[in-house]
Design a protein around this ligand. Structure first.
Ligand SMILES: NC(=O)C1=CN([C@@H]2O[C@H](COP(=O)(O)OP(=O)(O)OC[C@H]3O[C@@H](n4cnc5c(N)ncnc54)[C@H](O)[C@@H]3O)[C@@H](O)[C@H]2O)C=CC1
Ligand SMILES: C[N+](C)(C)CC(=O)CC(=O)[O-]
Length: 496
């Protein structure tokens, strides 16, 4: 994948700060320009939340975090950047001025994206000298978690620019969707505005309050939209007769009408007070950063669930997450030259994230199995059993596991896992993994496990190929000389 080498963020508010976090956590250095006196604090807080979210999102090896530098001018900030993202307030005159300044100072080959929620790129690129590399890259909040950027070109944008932008977003876990034509507010905000307009009327007319309205969304079609969107959902709602039947049944309702879509509610002081008051009553007990953290935990949970959907292939945003993780593993997984076979292999470094903690206030039991599984996956990648190998039809399956819990891991505890081979043959790998507290080195849990090499299409065990066995052999040989770890061969309840 062709990635971004250096990014510049012009504007570091809600969206610019979150773009910066997406780039930095993707290993890209970021130059930032924002005249706000507290820009560094604000971006720092967004980045802290983003790091917390990534720790929950994935155990795949993130690249070393990029370096964030604040500059006093746009010219300095864009110097050397190959992706420049403009995220200043939504005013056409301001954006046009800033983009023209960026254009004058940037490398002519740099891509220039605007975060605008609705202004057409043709309007924005009007005064630029190199408008062919300017486009809208409209993201969704929080940019560091939600993968979509709508890519929209203006009349002067070259088609190559949009393709290049799409390719450069993939390595940071994003998906660029190229729109066929430019239109104000693009696709997402057209839909959101329609729903929002209707929501404002429902509050204005005292049909419900803000909390009830949010409940209606989050207990019903909000969850549905997160996984299938609108048309695939409605296809199912048409039953066996599908979309045609759905359109025939519900199409006529469009003209009854059920909505006030074309009327714009007057956001006068009374309505603003009413909405703000109801929103304070609904959510005011929590600060914005706290609400952001709750939102992020929920989004991570949804995305992780979707990653395992469709028989493990991944679905929707979960498929994008799965592809991102494959890319991370391919780039950073198990650095072979750092692994010394004369000791148990240190294969995983991780941290106890909030989603891992149970009602006892410590890491819950299935997360231990997850870390053990991630560790054996790392061993497999080391011996050449990677995603391509599995897709080609062979794999190792775990057939037996015995876990012992020896200590507690609380929220935020840094962990690492070491693996020692106990015995191997052409089909089997028996091994012993220890999860350690990274601060003290103490063993917190151990697992003795057995994996079997399989032909996954035939559904039976077969001998592993010679090249895999050849990579396994030197590790097995070196580990045979190590003392047998305490706990090997223990059964449940057995006395020490
Ligand atoms: N907030 C949201 O949910 C989303 C916003 N957007 C778009 O992102 C853009 C930014 O919006 P937000 O981040 O929400 O606004 P914001 O108000 O949080 O941030 C704007 C930032 O731009 C800075 N700024 C003002 N003039 C500047 C200049 N001349 N040069 C550099 N920085 C300057 C401000 O100091 C502020 O930090 C807008 O175009 C908006 O439509 C896109 C997707 C979602
Ligand atoms: C409210 N908004 C128009 C700025 C929203 C967006 O542009 C996208 C989003 O994150 O909802």
């Amino acid at each position: 994948m062709t990635g971004i080498q250096k990014a510049a963020c012009i504007g570091g508010g809600v969206i610019g700060g979150a773009w910066a976090a997406r780039f930095l956590l993707g290993g890209i250095d970021v130059s930032m320009y924002d005249p706000h006196p507290q820009a560094e604090r604000i971006v720092g807080e967004v980045l802290a939340n983003a790091e917390r979210a990534y720790a929950m999102l994935t155990t795949a090896p993130l690249p070393p975090k990029g370096k964030l530098t604040f500059y006093k001018t746009i010219e300095e900030a864009v110097h050397g950047a190959d992706w420049i993202q403009e995220s200043v307030p939504e005013r056409v005159d301001l954006k046009r001025g800033v983009l023209t300044q960026i254009d004058a100072a940037a490398d002519p080959k740099a891509l220039i994206g605007s975060s605008t929620s609705g202004i057409m790129p043709t309007e924005l690129q009007r005064d630029m000298k190199h408008p062919e590399r300017m486009f809208v890259a409209h993201p969704y909040n929080p940019v560091y978690l939600l993968p979509l950027a709508e890519l929209v070109g203006g009349t002067k944008t070259s088609p190559e620019t949009l393709e290049l932008a799409k390719a450069r977003l993939a390595p940071i876990g994003m998906i660029g969707v190229i729109l066929k034509k430019e239109i104000e507010a693009f696709v997402g905000d057209r839909l959101l505005e329609a729903v929002w307009r209707e929501g404002l009327w429902l509050i204005h007319d005292d049909i419900c309050d803000t909390e009830t309205l949010d409940d209606v969304i989050r207990y019903s079609f909000g969850i549905r939209w997160a996984q299938m969107g609108m048309f695939e959902t409605y296809r199912i709602a048409g039953g066996e007769a599908g979309m045609r039947h759905f359109l025939a049944q519900f199409g006529p309702c469009l003209s009854w009408p059920w909505t006030k879509l074309t009327d714009v509610v007057d956001l006068d002081d009374a309505l603003v007070d009413k909405i703000a008051g109801q929103s304070d009553a609904q959510s005011g007990a929590r600060g914005i950063r706290e609400l952001e953290r709750i939102r992020d935990e929920n989004l991570v949970g949804i995305m992780q669930a979707l990653k395992g959907a469709d028989g493990g292939k991944g679905w929707g945003a979960g498929k994008i997450l799965g592809d991102f993780e494959k890319h991370l593993w391919a780039k950073g997984g198990a650095k072979k030259d750092h692994l010394d076979p004369s000791a148990p292999l240190r294969l995983i470094d991780t941290k106890v994230s909030p989603a891992w903690v149970d009602y006892n206030g410590h890491m819950t039991e299935h997360r231990y199995l997850q870390v053990f599984g991630d560790t054996s996956d790392a061993l497999l990648r080391l011996i050449g059993v990677d995603f391509a190998y599995v897709e080609a039809g062979h794999s190792y399956y775990t057939v037996e596991t015995h876990i012992r819990h020896l200590g507690e891991a609380k929220l935020g505890t840094k962990l690492y896992a070491t693996l020692q081979l106990l015995s191997t043959d052409d089909k089997r790998i028996r091994f012993f993994t220890t999860i350690h507290d990274a601060e003290t080195g103490d063993a917190l849990a151990t697992a003795e496990q057995l994996m079997l090499h399989v032909d996954s299409k035939a559904g039976k065990s077969v001998a592993a190929p010679a090249d895999v066995l050849a990579r396994l052999a030197p590790i097995a040989q070196a580990h045979a000389a190590l003392p047998v770890p305490e706990g090997v061969g223990r059964s449940v309840g057995q006395k020490r």
